[in-house]
Design a protein around this ligand. Sequence first.
Ligand code: EZ4
Ligand code: CO
Length: 403
Amino acid sequence: MPKITAARTIVTCPGRNFVTLKIETSDGVHGVGDATLNGRELSVKSYLDDHVIPCLIGRDAHQVEDIWQYLYKGAYWRRGPVTMSAIAAVDMALWDIKGKIAGLPVYQLLGGASRAGVMVYGHANGETIEDTVAAARDYQAAGYKAVRLQTGVPGFKGTYGVSKDKLFYEPADADLPTETTWASEPYMRVVPELFAGAREALGWEIHLLHDVHHRLKPIEAGRLGKDLEPYRPFWMEDPTPAENQDAFRLIRQHTTTPLAVGEIFNSIWDCKGLIENQLVDYIRATVTHAGGITHLRRIAGLADLYGVRTGCHGATDLSPVSMAAALHFDLSVPNFGVQEYMRHTAETDAVFPHAYSFEGGLLHPGEAPGLGVDIDEAAAAEFPYRRAYLPVARLQDGTMHDW
Ligand code: EZ4
Ligand code: CO
């Protein structure tokens, strides 16, 4: 049996921080897992270094399920983003190892390909509607079948989802949280105009998505969903904070715009009510923050019973290791919907050499055994950790708001 002989975390900042777990085995095979939690990176590193790695040494690396259960049930203190990201990193690394030993890409171990490739959506954004539509046109020209549209709210600096750099969106860009301002009314006026402009310029073939990023009250979300209906959006994401899942009942009563939720969920228990009550159409939990491939498959299995499809989070704060793992999952799972895809910088791609590739609007994980991604430790060492936080949002009178 391949025994776990060593494991360590590697923190690197090739433009943004990433935490990677590397597990080594007695077979000489190693695996990698992503443990990045944006703005709280070192907490997960400590959880792994101080509390998980000592328990892994000597275990059979093939026992992916048992090790998952051991870390989940064995902690006694269950769930939460730090715990679940740490467990996820172990799980990803073990699937990587299993694939390498079997000589198969991980998607083959998950039941094989259910489709030719993974439809992804890119991020078109700009300060104005014209800029956003122009960016979306570029994505369309590059072959994307789906694109997310985010535009600046007139009169507000630093609107969520609008990037300083056209290609590489990174909200965690300050040593301490920057403060942005928010008001729902101008936002709710501009988004339907954006979608009208986009449909006129791009036609009806391309899927158009929008992320509300937890910014609205339930009745406002119902209104926005209704106002977007004529433009047939693929989804409206995170319309309200999902701690209150009953809010989705209210939103549902008012709109047929499909709803996507779950990028900040970390276990099947967060997803259960929304799925079983058919209050969402896409579940966005992802490999890194929701307990790894093992747990995400369980969430997808539950979702499939209710006609809910997957739409994994894929922001740049998930490393190429997480992206690779997501693609193996996406390719194999029966109820796949779409995968978010924000390109990483060239520096990040150099630190994490990977086998996945983009063609014709689809990503494919490639045929390399395991996850098909690795970390170049010498390259990683050139980019030391830099503290960085996500911004916060306040209403115009100073009241703290959901970011
Ligand atoms: O703001 O991952 O849909 N994508 C998103 C992301 C999140 C970041 C937060 O770290 O909402 O861009
Ligand atoms: Co989002």
